[in-house]
Design a protein around this ligand. Sequence first.
Ligand code: FAD
Ligand code: NAP
Length: 859
Amino acid sequence: MTEMPKKNLDVVVAGAGFAGLYLLHKFREMGLTPRAFEAGDDVGGTWYWNRYPGARCDIESIDYSFSFDPELEQEWQWTEKYATQPEILSYAQHVADRFDLRKDITFATRVEKAVWDEDDALWTVTTDQGETVTARFFIMATGCLSEPKDIDIDGVENFSGEIYRTHSWPHEGVNFTGKTVGVIGTGSSGIQSIPLIAEQAENTTVFQRTANYSIPAGNGPIAPEKLAVTEHYQDYRAEARKTRVGVPGKEAMDFALTVSEEERQERYEELWAKGAIPHLGSEFADILLNEEANETLAEFVRSKVRSKIEDPELAEILTPTEFPICTKRACLDTNYYETFNKSNVDLVDIRKNPIRTITESGIATQDKEFDFDAIVFATGFDAMTGALMAVDIRGRDGQSLRKKWEHGPLNYLGLTVEGFPNFFMITGPGSPSVMTNMVLSIEQHVEWIADCLGYMADNNLSVIEPTATAENGWVDYVTATADMTLFPKAKSWYMGANVPGKPRVCLPYLGGAAAYRRACDDVAADDYLGFRFDGSEGSQCNDGLVRRQQPDVVALLEALAEMELPPFETLSAQDAREVSVAMNAANPPGPAVGEVADGKFPGAASELDYRLYRPDTAGPHPVAVYFHGGGWVLGDHASDDAFCRDLCVNSDSIIISANYRHGPEDRFPAAADDGFAALQWVADNAESLGGIPGELAVCGWSAGGNIAAVVSQLARDAGGPAIRGQILITPVVDGTDDSPSMTENAEGFVLTKALMDWFWDHYADPSERSDPRASPLLADSLAGLPPAFIVTGEFDPLRDQGMAYAEALAAAGTPARGIVAPGQIHTSFTAVGAIPTANGIRAEIANELKSCFRALETV
Ligand code: FAD
Ligand code: NAP
């Protein structure tokens, strides 16, 4: 790129909702020339169009408002906890007037086409009014919920009565007095409007396909304590930016399944009483991850719903059961369920009795015809991608965005698209957007784009575009984030499932506003990682992925960093044990097994504890002796409880977690000797323990993996017991290791090099570390050992030694398979419930264990 091309504008913005307004203001402040086109006759977007009765925000108004100008913040007074549509619209109008934004907006004008001109590095934007403008940057601020879903019910054109759609309600309002009204749709729009329509109409019939979870808004004047936050509004907003949902509040680190039933109910009652949805799904850390945990909240809400409806049959239909709570947007209502107790309100369960067609006089279902004066469609939106794909956007080489997004919206950070230079989206797919307080997310996007344009100006750069690597990486990350949650289980608009034929992908990024902001900031701080720039002085590109670990691992690492715990290696062994026990207690419990029994076995020097996990299936079962992790210093027979349960259930084997003596009190080779004693004792007592004699394997994680590998060698050398297989989960096998993974992952991934050194120091003297009972990789012979399966994590200091062991075993003729789990760290594998992206690898571990056993092969 040489000269700055001729253009009539710096930026064209499509849309003048909250996003368009703030963009205009921001660009004006930067001295740029922006212009917006807005399809509506005025500003406000959502709040301009959705004028149906009962329309309000579902994020409290104190939160659902701009923070970018402290004066604006102070001068505007909201009158209610949840403001009405007219009040929010006046707020948008006030913002437009206050910052004199209307002069840059062309109303009643829809952007129809935008084409990137490669030679001039300009966008040519055409409107439905026949106007064409050119600009360096083109920004779609067209809203996530602005493109209505087509009515996918036959016969609408035949209806002779009045038709209304919630998203484009007549400005003059509608008077339903004396009328019979049919309402189709029970999402947020239906749930807000039905009680008010029913107050007016002579008779209201609601057609429900899927019952929704709704909680009472408890609307009214703003509570004094909430109002008080405006005295330190900017600090409060700063708090909001640190949260998942963009509203200050509790974001639990504990799990629904670890607290008592009483505590759970108490906390759910408090949530219910608050009348707010942002933190519904974050009361416990597992609500959106674990079906059993989710069910505890869902059932609580169901019981509340049932208690509000007098007719038990109606109550049953209105009680939501079809999807996990919070995997569709929860609704907030005022007297929704109570409305169905009125004699002039009917409910039709169209799941059982589907709508056949709209007729001239009303709606015909499979087994009944209804006559109406008016039908209200509250059937939702072609969300997140609808408004973007409605415009014919052409990037490099005439590439069409519609074509590129045929199978789902490929994007980088939900802000940009590869092949579409100088193009940005506000709250686009791939960003947290609709999962958050949208005004906060809009502000974050506008500010990030403004900073980016500032960076470009400062560095004489004129064109920006994400790389394919960055885009693919982000799309994978967004998908991985969704896949670890329960969201894919719902047929929601988040998943594109409400629009026939729309690709089924999770549209928003589910990691939350704060984590997302960190990712965007990290990109900017790393020379705009993943973006290619062209400018008068040439091109620049720092290509790469902004997130390389699995999303739950990233979340865990970020949470740990925030806790600022002292590193284990700075503590005494005793203090480290106490911290480790406390951290363990907070972990989710793992699945139920048939039986858990504690007992004692003779260790090499003294009696030791074991914990036996028996499957809930008919025995006898094969047995795996399991050795816990903790660097020979921390942990005991119960410390990997959740993982042992998981392994027991998924492998249908008895797991015996055997304790061993720990350093520094009992140093090398105490742990190895105790491990071997445990193996011998289990082999000798297999039958009385409920096991199948001879069907014995060993398994261990980390230092426990070391013991499992060592006892396999000791058993070989001692001529028994016979071991069918060794499952080594990121084992320590070489005390002299200095491989690349030890350096690359030395810090930042929980198990650090410093901690590993501390563990070794507590266990074995340097002179002892080459002994194969400490470093099994260094054994003279690795032949004749039980088949091995070795798992390590990509970001694990022990990765390379684990893989080296697999290779060395195989080279010596011992069957061995090693895998590196992408994006995982050392502690991922045993963190059942906390690291769901390792569920697949845990299942593989269990399968490998199962396949060790000959008795099972013949079943
Ligand atoms: P919008 O407000 O949707 O504005 C986009 C504008 O772009 C529209 O005016 C549209 O006419 C215009 N436009 C679209 N295509 C074109 C085109 N091609 N050319 C020109 N103009 C175009 N979010 C919350 O966080 N809290 C809430 O309480 C909340 N309540 C909601 C209630 C309803 C009824 C709905 C539908 C959504 C709600 N949302 C809520 C989401 C809401 O959309 C956002 O909060 C926010 O208003 C979005 O602002 P925006 O400017 O990005 O988009
Ligand atoms: P929605 O949540 O998608 O709900 C649409 C409703 O219409 C659903 O009940 C759906 O049933 C039903 N439906 C769609 N097509 C149908 C058909 N062909 N036959 C029968 N029923 C059909 O849309 P929405 O209520 O407009 O809300 C969309 C989003 O906007 C919300 O999730 C929220 O984010 C936002 N919003 C917020 C508020 C607020 O409280 N501030 C208010 C309104 C909207 P199925 O569920 O079976 O598909």
